[in-house]
Design a protein around this ligand. Structure first.
Ligand SMILES: [Zn+2]
Length: 418
């Protein structure tokens, strides 16, 4: 093998940005980016991604569920594959990098390996999932769950806002609803899954780091609650005789905030509160609210939720209001694989960057993939932490670091997994 000289400056980052700009043109709504699962724009983007994969040296196809799959063979053809991916569907009025970054980093990394004439002891497959945002159909990461072998057949009967079923939409797209449940990979055929994604938060920017390694995808507790006090005239009922439901919830929210802030890895939010009767001259008699608590560690999350609930009940009792709380949702955290994380740490520190670990507060395809194989994620700094917004922005330099980290991580992983 002829040794190739290293690339100067930010060629890989520039390449990624060029491909991202190219993908940006595939939208269902002229003037802003909207690319929902199985839409005409999704089809066009999937075909564009397929061409990018082929140009990078991969064989590529679109699978029965709409995922674009590109494969770069290893030293021996047919070897198990290291999977790299993310998604190309978007929210309405989306930015250019949420999802696309991880797909394009995979394509550019393979392109660079092919340019150097390097092959690994395993194949590399780049996956462009299509149903991560779950905007159109009542599904949950359906395209990555298909690959993980956990596809729920009932999703096919779900309908979008226009009344079209997922089954019909898949047929119109050129997919195969009968084959989606057969896409599940044999665990012995995959080495692992790596996903690069914009951070969608402000931590890396604040710490002046281009990338960070995800420690775990947070588990989530969601609760809906009602505080019931007594409505009354805002002018005539003395303060001491009130049972103000909103004042009680306010005190509860301060407790939630204080307990949620104690551990830097946990977050807690009362993001919805509906005051009734909601009039300026009436003491609130009732507040309906939602509580959302997330943590990378399930026992920690369960412990702080228990503490919050106990304190909220104390506050309710002291204020003579009723608290009705329903902890209706509990999703466990997704651990990231230690071996893949080590390969990523080697790659990150090799770029002269400190290996910062941080939890993921949002869900990702990696949650589905972790049920199939060892999985890991890298966050890339994004401007202002902004996402799901056309103002989403990353720099060429950071894109370049991301691709270099991916290339080096693949090689570091190969050293220990030959
Ligand atoms: Zn995303």
């Amino acid at each position: 093998m002829i040794a190739m000289p290293p690339l100067p400056t930010t060629v890989l980052g520039e390449r990624l940005m060029t491909l991202a700009a190219d993908l940006n043109q595939y939208t269902d709504e002229p003037g802003r980016l909207r690319r929902l699962y199985l839409s005409p724009a999704h089809r066009a983007a999937a075909e564009a991604v397929m061409r990018m994969m082929e140009a990078a040296g991969m064989s590529a196809h679109i699978d029965a569920a709409g995922t674009v799959v590109g494969r770069y063979e290893g030293i021996e053809p047919g070897a198990p594959a290291l999977l790299v991916g993310s998604h190309i569907d978007t929210v309405v009025d989306a930015g250019s990098y949420d999802g696309m970054l991880g797909v394009l980093a995979g394509i550019v990394a393979v392109e660079e390996l092919a340019r150097r004439g390097e092959r690994m002891p395993f194949a590399i497959e780049v996956l462009a999932f299509g149903d991560e945002e779950n905007v159109r159909f009542p599904t949950n990461l359906s395209t990555s769950q298909a690959i993980a072998g956990t596809y729920d057949r009932a999703w096919l009967d779900g309908r979008d806002y226009d009344g079209m079923s997922l089954r019909e939409a898949l047929l119109a797209f050129g997919g195969d609803p009968e084959a989606v449940t057969q896409l599940g990979r044999d665990p012995s055929s995959v080495k692992g899954y790596i996903e690069f994604h914009i951070e969608q938060g402000p931590v890396l920017e604040r710490e002046n780091l281009p990338v960070g390694i995800v420690s775990a995808i947070n588990g989530i507790t969601r609760a809906r609650g009602v505080v019931t006090g007594e409505a009354g005239h805002a002018g005539t009922v003395p303060m001491a005789l009130r049972r103000d439901a909103f004042a009680a919830l306010s005190e509860m929210n301060l407790a939630v905030e204080r307990i949620g802030a104690r551990d830097p890895s946990t977050v807690a939010t009362i993001g919805m509160a509906k005051v009734a009767p909601n009039a300026s001259n009436v003491i609130p008699g009732r507040v309906d609210f939602m509580l959302d608590v997330r943590a990378p560690d399930d026992p920690v999350r369960h412990a702080i939720v228990e503490e919050m609930v106990a304190e909220m009940r104390d506050i309710a009792a002291r204020r003579h209001v009723a608290l009705d709380l329903d902890l209706y949702f509990d999703a466990p955290a997704t651990a990231m694989d230690a071996g893949l994380m080590r390969a990523l740490e080697t790659a990150v520190t090799g770029q002269g960057i400190g290996a910062r670990h941080l939890p993921s507060g949002a869900g990702h395809d990696a949650m589905a993939m972790a049920r199939l194989c060892p999985s890991a994620m890298v966050f890339v700094r994004c401007k202002g932490g902004i996402s799901h917004n056309p103002a989403e922005s990353i720099t060429v330099d950071d894109a370049d670091v991301a691709v270099r980290v991916l290339v080096d991580a693949i090689k570091a992983f190969a050293e220990h997994n030959g």
